[in-house]
Ligand binder design. Structure first.
Ligand code: BGC
Length: 253
Protein backbone atom coordinates (compact mmCIF):
# COMPACT_ATOMS: atom_id res chain seq x y z
CA UNK A 1 0.00 0.00 0.00
CA UNK A 2 1.35 3.42 -0.91
CA UNK A 3 1.60 5.58 2.21
CA UNK A 4 -1.22 8.16 2.24
CA UNK A 5 1.08 10.67 3.93
CA UNK A 6 3.83 11.80 1.49
CA UNK A 7 6.07 12.59 4.46
CA UNK A 8 6.10 9.01 5.73
CA UNK A 9 8.70 6.90 3.94
CA UNK A 10 10.40 3.57 4.53
CA UNK A 11 14.05 3.60 5.65
CA UNK A 12 16.15 0.41 5.80
CA UNK A 13 19.58 0.02 7.39
CA UNK A 14 21.70 -2.91 6.18
CA UNK A 15 24.23 -4.01 8.79
CA UNK A 16 26.54 -6.97 9.31
CA UNK A 17 24.33 -8.59 11.96
CA UNK A 18 20.87 -7.19 11.30
CA UNK A 19 18.78 -5.47 8.65
CA UNK A 20 16.37 -3.00 10.23
CA UNK A 21 13.55 -1.01 8.73
CA UNK A 22 10.93 1.48 9.87
CA UNK A 23 8.47 4.01 8.56
CA UNK A 24 9.82 7.48 9.22
CA UNK A 25 8.07 10.82 9.35
CA UNK A 26 10.69 12.82 7.49
CA UNK A 27 9.34 16.14 8.78
CA UNK A 28 9.93 15.22 12.42
CA UNK A 29 12.64 12.55 12.09
CA UNK A 30 10.56 10.18 14.23
CA UNK A 31 9.61 6.57 13.54
CA UNK A 32 5.87 6.21 13.13
CA UNK A 33 5.80 2.50 14.10
CA UNK A 34 8.12 0.15 15.92
CA UNK A 35 11.02 -0.86 13.73
CA UNK A 36 11.32 -4.36 12.29
CA UNK A 37 14.60 -6.30 12.27
CA UNK A 38 15.67 -9.45 10.45
CA UNK A 39 19.03 -11.15 11.02
CA UNK A 40 21.47 -10.56 8.14
CA UNK A 41 21.58 -13.79 6.11
CA UNK A 42 24.94 -15.51 5.71
CA UNK A 43 26.51 -15.54 3.23
CA UNK A 44 25.30 -11.95 2.82
CA UNK A 45 25.10 -12.06 -0.96
CA UNK A 46 22.93 -9.73 -3.07
CA UNK A 47 19.93 -12.01 -3.67
CA UNK A 48 19.66 -13.05 -0.02
CA UNK A 49 19.79 -9.42 1.16
CA UNK A 50 17.25 -8.35 -1.48
CA UNK A 51 14.82 -11.01 -0.16
CA UNK A 52 15.11 -9.50 3.32
CA UNK A 53 14.53 -5.97 1.98
CA UNK A 54 11.37 -7.23 0.30
CA UNK A 55 10.16 -8.88 3.53
CA UNK A 56 10.67 -5.64 5.44
CA UNK A 57 8.63 -3.62 2.91
CA UNK A 58 5.90 -6.31 3.09
CA UNK A 59 5.90 -6.19 6.88
CA UNK A 60 4.98 -2.50 6.71
CA UNK A 61 2.66 -3.09 3.73
CA UNK A 62 4.62 -0.28 2.09
CA UNK A 63 5.26 0.69 -1.47
CA UNK A 64 6.81 4.01 -2.41
CA UNK A 65 10.22 5.70 -2.44
CA UNK A 66 12.54 3.79 -0.12
CA UNK A 67 15.89 4.80 1.38
CA UNK A 68 18.44 2.05 2.03
CA UNK A 69 21.88 2.24 3.66
CA UNK A 70 24.84 0.01 2.85
CA UNK A 71 28.10 -0.33 4.84
CA UNK A 72 30.45 0.45 1.94
CA UNK A 73 31.20 3.06 -0.74
CA UNK A 74 28.05 3.70 -2.79
CA UNK A 75 27.97 5.74 -5.99
CA UNK A 76 24.81 6.02 -8.08
CA UNK A 77 23.48 2.82 -6.53
CA UNK A 78 26.64 0.82 -7.25
CA UNK A 79 28.83 -0.60 -4.44
CA UNK A 80 32.57 0.09 -4.71
CA UNK A 81 34.17 -1.45 -1.62
CA UNK A 82 33.78 -4.46 0.64
CA UNK A 83 35.78 -4.09 3.83
CA UNK A 84 33.02 -5.60 5.97
CA UNK A 85 30.71 -7.18 3.39
CA UNK A 86 30.76 -10.04 0.88
CA UNK A 87 33.10 -9.40 -2.08
CA UNK A 88 30.33 -10.20 -4.55
CA UNK A 89 28.93 -6.68 -3.95
CA UNK A 90 31.90 -4.93 -5.55
CA UNK A 91 30.88 -3.13 -8.77
CA UNK A 92 27.34 -4.43 -8.25
CA UNK A 93 24.31 -2.22 -8.97
CA UNK A 94 22.54 -2.83 -5.66
CA UNK A 95 19.97 -0.06 -6.13
CA UNK A 96 18.79 -1.69 -9.35
CA UNK A 97 18.39 -5.09 -7.68
CA UNK A 98 16.49 -3.65 -4.69
CA UNK A 99 14.32 -1.57 -7.01
CA UNK A 100 13.39 -4.71 -8.94
CA UNK A 101 12.39 -6.48 -5.73
CA UNK A 102 10.40 -3.55 -4.35
CA UNK A 103 8.93 -2.21 -7.56
CA UNK A 104 9.66 1.30 -6.22
CA UNK A 105 12.42 3.90 -6.51
CA UNK A 106 15.32 3.20 -4.17
CA UNK A 107 17.87 5.72 -2.86
CA UNK A 108 20.98 3.90 -1.72
CA UNK A 109 23.74 5.50 0.35
CA UNK A 110 26.61 4.71 2.70
CA UNK A 111 25.44 3.88 6.25
CA UNK A 112 27.53 6.54 8.00
CA UNK A 113 26.47 9.17 5.46
CA UNK A 114 22.85 8.28 6.27
CA UNK A 115 23.51 8.58 10.01
CA UNK A 116 25.15 11.95 9.36
CA UNK A 117 22.14 13.24 7.41
CA UNK A 118 19.87 12.25 10.32
CA UNK A 119 22.13 13.96 12.90
CA UNK A 120 22.43 17.17 10.87
CA UNK A 121 18.65 17.39 10.33
CA UNK A 122 17.24 16.17 13.58
CA UNK A 123 20.02 15.47 16.07
CA UNK A 124 23.26 16.84 17.46
CA UNK A 125 24.23 18.61 14.22
CA UNK A 126 21.15 20.84 13.86
CA UNK A 127 22.14 24.42 12.93
CA UNK A 128 25.86 23.61 13.19
CA UNK A 129 27.79 25.51 10.52
CA UNK A 130 31.30 24.97 9.24
CA UNK A 131 32.83 21.51 9.02
CA UNK A 132 31.16 18.79 11.10
CA UNK A 133 32.56 15.25 11.20
CA UNK A 134 30.51 12.30 12.42
CA UNK A 135 32.32 9.05 13.19
CA UNK A 136 30.41 5.83 13.83
CA UNK A 137 32.01 3.06 15.85
CA UNK A 138 30.41 -0.35 15.35
CA UNK A 139 31.49 -3.36 13.28
CA UNK A 140 33.70 -0.94 11.36
CA UNK A 141 34.37 2.79 11.61
CA UNK A 142 32.13 4.89 9.39
CA UNK A 143 32.40 8.61 8.70
CA UNK A 144 30.39 11.50 7.31
CA UNK A 145 31.72 15.02 6.74
CA UNK A 146 29.56 18.13 6.21
CA UNK A 147 30.41 21.67 5.27
CA UNK A 148 27.63 24.12 6.22
CA UNK A 149 25.27 21.14 6.28
CA UNK A 150 26.28 19.83 2.85
CA UNK A 151 27.54 16.22 2.76
CA UNK A 152 30.74 15.16 1.01
CA UNK A 153 29.79 11.49 0.43
CA UNK A 154 31.88 8.32 0.97
CA UNK A 155 34.58 9.89 3.13
CA UNK A 156 35.78 6.52 4.60
CA UNK A 157 37.95 7.99 7.38
CA UNK A 158 37.97 4.56 9.04
CA UNK A 159 40.55 3.56 6.41
CA UNK A 160 43.00 6.24 7.59
CA UNK A 161 46.28 4.74 8.80
CA UNK A 162 47.25 5.81 12.29
CA UNK A 163 50.59 4.42 13.53
CA UNK A 164 50.78 2.38 10.31
CA UNK A 165 47.48 0.52 10.61
CA UNK A 166 43.93 1.22 9.43
CA UNK A 167 42.22 2.89 12.38
CA UNK A 168 39.15 0.72 11.77
CA UNK A 169 41.25 -2.35 12.59
CA UNK A 170 42.42 -0.77 15.86
CA UNK A 171 39.43 1.07 17.24
CA UNK A 172 36.05 -0.12 15.92
CA UNK A 173 33.64 -1.17 18.67
CA UNK A 174 33.91 -4.75 17.43
CA UNK A 175 37.70 -4.71 17.89
CA UNK A 176 37.44 -2.96 21.27
CA UNK A 177 35.11 -5.67 22.53
CA UNK A 178 37.03 -8.54 20.95
CA UNK A 179 40.35 -7.44 22.43
CA UNK A 180 38.74 -6.25 25.66
CA UNK A 181 40.39 -2.81 25.32
CA UNK A 182 39.49 -0.49 28.22
CA UNK A 183 37.53 2.65 27.34
CA UNK A 184 40.42 4.78 28.58
CA UNK A 185 42.89 3.07 26.26
CA UNK A 186 40.40 3.09 23.37
CA UNK A 187 39.83 6.81 23.89
CA UNK A 188 43.60 7.36 23.69
CA UNK A 189 43.73 5.67 20.27
CA UNK A 190 40.65 7.54 19.03
CA UNK A 191 42.04 10.87 20.26
CA UNK A 192 45.01 10.38 17.92
CA UNK A 193 42.53 9.73 15.11
CA UNK A 194 40.63 12.93 15.95
CA UNK A 195 43.87 14.92 16.06
CA UNK A 196 44.79 13.68 12.60
CA UNK A 197 41.36 14.60 11.22
CA UNK A 198 41.60 17.97 12.90
CA UNK A 199 44.92 18.68 11.18
CA UNK A 200 43.37 17.84 7.81
CA UNK A 201 39.89 19.39 8.02
CA UNK A 202 39.76 21.98 10.84
CA UNK A 203 36.28 20.90 11.96
CA UNK A 204 33.99 22.91 14.25
CA UNK A 205 32.53 19.76 15.78
CA UNK A 206 33.11 16.02 16.11
CA UNK A 207 30.14 13.74 16.65
CA UNK A 208 30.60 10.21 17.95
CA UNK A 209 27.90 7.75 16.84
CA UNK A 210 27.30 4.06 16.18
CA UNK A 211 26.94 1.27 18.74
CA UNK A 212 29.46 2.82 21.11
CA UNK A 213 27.46 6.03 21.54
CA UNK A 214 25.27 4.29 24.16
CA UNK A 215 28.31 4.07 26.44
CA UNK A 216 29.32 7.74 26.16
CA UNK A 217 29.76 8.23 29.93
CA UNK A 218 32.52 5.61 29.85
CA UNK A 219 34.68 7.20 27.14
CA UNK A 220 33.73 10.85 26.66
CA UNK A 221 35.80 12.16 29.60
CA UNK A 222 38.96 10.66 28.06
CA UNK A 223 38.49 11.82 24.45
CA UNK A 224 40.25 14.93 23.28
CA UNK A 225 41.03 16.75 20.06
CA UNK A 226 43.99 19.06 19.51
CA UNK A 227 42.62 22.55 19.98
CA UNK A 228 39.50 21.91 22.01
CA UNK A 229 37.20 21.19 19.09
CA UNK A 230 33.98 20.10 20.83
CA UNK A 231 33.33 16.36 20.82
CA UNK A 232 29.70 15.42 21.30
CA UNK A 233 27.69 12.23 21.21
CA UNK A 234 25.29 11.62 18.33
CA UNK A 235 21.65 11.74 19.44
CA UNK A 236 19.84 9.50 17.00
CA UNK A 237 21.72 6.33 18.08
CA UNK A 238 20.34 3.09 16.61
CA UNK A 239 17.78 4.69 14.31
CA UNK A 240 20.09 7.20 12.63
CA UNK A 241 20.67 5.12 9.48
CA UNK A 242 16.97 4.40 8.96
CA UNK A 243 16.02 8.05 9.46
CA UNK A 244 18.79 9.38 7.20
CA UNK A 245 17.93 6.90 4.45
CA UNK A 246 14.22 7.79 4.51
CA UNK A 247 15.15 11.49 4.48
CA UNK A 248 17.28 11.04 1.36
CA UNK A 249 14.50 9.07 -0.34
CA UNK A 250 12.17 12.02 0.29
CA UNK A 251 14.70 14.56 -1.03
CA UNK A 252 15.12 12.48 -4.21
CA UNK A 253 11.41 11.70 -4.73
C1 BGC B 1 33.11 0.69 5.56
C2 BGC B 1 32.32 1.97 5.53
C3 BGC B 1 31.18 1.91 6.51
C4 BGC B 1 31.70 1.57 7.89
C5 BGC B 1 30.59 1.45 8.92
C6 BGC B 1 33.54 0.40 6.99
O1 BGC B 1 34.18 -0.84 7.04
O2 BGC B 1 34.27 0.78 4.76
O3 BGC B 1 31.83 2.19 4.23
O4 BGC B 1 30.52 3.15 6.54
O5 BGC B 1 32.41 0.35 7.86
O6 BGC B 1 29.70 0.44 8.61
Amino acid sequence: MRSSNPNILLGIDIGGTGIKGALVNVKTGKLTKERFRIKTPHPAKPDAIAEVIEQIAKHFDYSGPTGITFPAIVKDGVIFSATNVDESWINFDAAKLFQRHLGCPVSLLNDADAAGIAEMRFGAGVARRGVVILLTFGTGIGSAIFSDGVLLPNSEFGQLKIRGKDIELRASERIREKRDISFKKWAGIVSEFLEELEKLFSPELFLIGGGISKKADKFLPYLKARSHVPIEVAKMQNDAGIIGAATLAKIRS
